[in-house]
Design a binder for this molecule. Structure first.
Ligand code: HH2
Length: 385
């Protein structure tokens, strides 16, 4: 996720992209450099920042979003960084797909997202930007942030809003508290939602390295790489190219370590499930058939003939059945991502490939089956110790 702040006062790029044309050009540049999402913000949340009126925030972000929406590719998305429901609504109507809310996606924000079928990011913050760094206090920062995010996630799911979670690095946290969170991302990943991390150019990196804000690229990459190795799926960054290159190298090393040859792969073909899935309310009201095929890469070769040394087919089939029966989705893609993530946690596998078929598509499509294929990887923190 590439960051573009259409503000005069953001801590790292304030004033550089305050004009619409400059912000659009920067958004397109970040997409060319490899971002799949651009996050457009119209209000700084740096410590001590003063709030901006909704009308002014809309004046800043909506024209940028509209211009980007006309130019982005089918696999790219626009996010709006706002905590105001009226700004979120205008941004979604202007072409944004995702709302990044540093105040944690509460009501009425969730209603706006549900109305538009949009996804969201729920971030943790202690206090509010004006005062949050005065004296942040926690009993146990990791446990408290986890509890907050679990609560936000549950409420988002009640509204049928797909939700990423973010511990909010630098938002009402000391250096040690930020480090504790960044060192224990498995605790947050265990909530089962995609994890977003944003450390880009933040002051904790200055505290650790002494580097000024515009000299924190390497420090940002180091922090984000550690987060990616612990399973963070989205990194919110200003310097997309540097991150992209670092991730390409890390991924190549990680791929070389996949124990495919020795561990073999475990597959399950066309497991039949039924799930309340469909874009329209009518489709979702009735359980639809789904056929799910899975290929697991176990984390190590089966070390004995015992079932607990590999992926257990029976457990996986049962888990899939329960998952499909208990949840409802608009998209097979979201169904696949969430099921894949749950299966990685359940089985301890390194990777899982999923193919999801809807064997009964609408007759007007003239297709015998529609669906999606995806591949997910688990975090492997043990690869860098
Ligand atoms: N950090 C900033 C703003 N929005 N959103 C999420 N989800 N996570 C973050 O860590 C996060 C965020 C602060 O960075 P930036 O946008 O560059 O600065 P400013 O708030 O001063 O505009």
């Amino acid at each position: 996720m590439g960051v573009v702040n259409v503000t005069p006062d953001s801590f790292s790029d304030g004033g550089r992209f305050a004009r619409t044309e400059a912000a659009v050009a920067q958004g397109l540049r970040l997409l060319r450099e490899g971002a799949t999402v651009v996050d457009i913000g119209g209000e700084s949340s740096r410590p001590g920042a003063e709030p901006v009126a909704a009308e002014e925030e809309m004046r800043r972000v909506v024209p940028v979003i509209e211009a980007l929406a006309r130019q982005i590719g089918p696999s790219q998305a626009i996010s709006v960084d706002t905590c105001k429901p009226e700004v979120a609504r205008a941004a979604l109507e202007g072409g944004a797909h995702l709302v990044n809310d540093i105040t944690g996606l509460r009501e009425p924000m969730l209603e706006v997202l549900a109305e538009h079928g949009a996804s969201g990011v729920a971030m943790h913050m202690q206090g509010e930007p004006r005062t949050m760094q005065k004296s942040p206090r926690y009993r146990d920062v990791v446990a408290e942030v986890r509890e907050f995010l679990a609560d936000r996630l549950a409420e988002a799911l009640e509204h049928d809003v797909p939700c990423m979670i973010d511990p909010g690095i630098g938002f009402g946290k000391t250096l040690d508290q930020n480090l504790a969170l960044l060192a224990n991302l498995a605790e947050l990943r265990s909530l089962g939602a995609p994890l977003l991390i944003g450390v880009s150019r933040k002051s904790m990196l200055g505290q650790l390295t002494g580097a000024e804000v515009d000299e924190r690229v390497e420090a940002s990459v180091a922090a984000h790489l550690m987060a990616a190795l612990q399973g963070a799926e989205v990194l919110r960054v200003h310097d997309v190219l540097a991150h992209r290159r670092a991730l390409v190298v890390a991924r190549a090393i990680d791929d070389a370590a996949l124990p495919e040859r020795s561990a073999g792969r475990v597959h399950i073909e066309e497991l039949l499930l039924s799930c309340h899935i469909g874009v329209t309310d009518g489709e979702r009201a009735v359980a639809q058939p789904l056929a799910v095929s899975l290929v697991f890469t176990p984390s190590s070769p089966a070390h004995s003939d015992a079932l607990d040394s590999t992926v257990d087919y029976a457990e996986v089939c049962e888990h899939c059945r329960r998952f499909a029966a208990e949840r409802s989705f608009r998209l097979v893609e979201t169904f696949g991502q969430e099921l894949g993530r749950a299966l990685l946690l359940e089985t301890g596998a390194t990777a899982v490939e999923l193919r999801i078929d809807k064997p009964d598509p609408a007759a007007r499509l003239g297709a015998s089956s529609v669906g999606c294929c995806l591949k997910l990887r688990a975090a492997r923190p043990s690869t860098i110790e």
